[in-house]
Design a protein around this ligand. Structure first.
Ligand code: SF4
Length: 65
């Protein structure tokens, strides 16, 4: 079982909190100045929930599968 993680980039303010908390899953796109989900991320890392909770824009969406 794994979770699907997406970022609503329209809402992302580029604070990089998610990247600091969970660098295996989130990276920062310096072109768009938004966070993005790494393509190889499994969705199982515990820090995903921490990042979603800490995101000031509440734009990290975790879908339980
Ligand atoms: S914590 Fe939220 S607002 Fe900040 S960079 Fe990550 S997705 Fe964007």
């Amino acid at each position: 079982m794994s979770n699907k993680v997406t970022i609503d980039t329209d809402e992302c303010i580029g604070c990089q909190t998610c990247v600091e908390l969970c660098p295996d899953v989130f990276s920062f796109d310096t072109d768009t100045e938004k966070a993005e989900v790494r393509s190889e991320a499994t969705g199982n890392e515990e820090c995903i929930e921490d990042a979603a909770d800490a995101c000031p824009a509440s734009c990290i969406i975790v879908e339980k599968e």
